[in-house]
Unconditional design. Structure first.
Length: 278
């Protein structure tokens, strides 16, 4: 059993999107977050807009503040990106987007690239969409192996995807792709909506879990801890019991935090200070 520590708390720029990227980076230094997860979207870091020299300039800004990027998460739920798309041109564009994102992750020094399963049409055979996702992930896993990256596959809520929404479907996909470059991750909101907890994931997947989005919810929403109803102490105890040592990213996608993202961080850290080890 290993204690969950303050150093595992990882900042993310999503709720800082109405501020410049440099503001977010400075805030992470101020709040003593050594690690960040970079959300790859405009205006901060959208891979389809950035040149290599611009990416490297951003990396220098990150390095200058002694921050480390533990995961690169290109936007993939809002833009027209879908690894399970029935239309071949959309699926191919999505694969190319992730290939470009993998190269960006390498430039950022990020060991993880986050991927989501996409979605199939609700009125088609779900197995067809499953196969398309699997084929796409096989291609991306080959690319990740060449670049010495790990893909972190994130289950989504049932509203977002009809392919991977719980621990069992995540395990099934990992087994079918069967690549050491594809691992699983957890977001507490899809987990809670599926009536699961960390025990369900870790008992099933063990060391296949490499990353976690750690947020409160009702149970939907990506909320500051204390704004939702999820069992924080239980979650911390379960993570400690399973010896999880990876990042716990504060992914606040709810728009209520974009005007004053610093306040969201301060409230979070205040709540977490009561349950974390130093």
């Amino acid at each position: 059993m290993s204690k969950i520590t303050r150093d595992q708390i990882t900042g993310m720029n999503f709720h800082y999107k109405h501020y410049p990227l440099e503001y977010f980076l400075d805030a992470m230094v101020r709040y003593e977050c050594k690690n960040i997860e970079l959300w790859g979207a405009s205006p901060h870091f959208y891979v389809d807009e950035l040149t290599l020299s611009e990416m490297r300039k951003i990396k220098r800004e990150i390095d200058r503040r002694d921050l480390s990027v533990v995961c690169f998460t290109p936007e993939q739920c809002v833009y027209p990106i879908n690894l399970a798309a029935k239309e071949e041109r959309i699926r191919e564009r999505s694969i190319q987007y992730f290939l470009k994102s993998a190269e960006a992750a390498k430039e950022l020094g990020a060991p993880l690239l986050l991927v989501t399963p996409g979605w199939g049409y609700e009125n088609e055979d779900s197995q067809e969409a499953w196969k398309r996702t699997r084929d796409s992930l096989e291609k991306l896993a080959d690319m990740a192996a060449r670049l010495e990256l790990t893909l972190a596959l994130e289950p989504l809520t049932r509203v977002e995807s009809n392919i991977i929404c719980d621990a069992k479907s995540l395990k099934k996909m990992l087994e079918e792709v069967n690549s050491p470059s594809l691992k699983g991750m957890i977001d507490t909101i899809p987990m809670a909506l599926a009536n699961e907890d960390f025990n369900d994931y870790f008992n099933l997947l063990k060391d296949e879990i490499v990353h976690i989005h750690f947020i409160d919810g009702k149970p939907e929403g990506h909320l500051v801890w204390g704004d939702g109803v999820l069992p924080l102490q239980t979650y911390i105890d379960q993570l400690s019991q399973h010896g999880y040592q990876g990042a716990l990213t504060l992914e606040y996608t709810s728009y209520q935090y974009v005007q004053d993202p610093d306040q969201a961080m301060e409230r979070t850290l205040d709540v977490l200070s009561g349950v974390l080890s130093n």
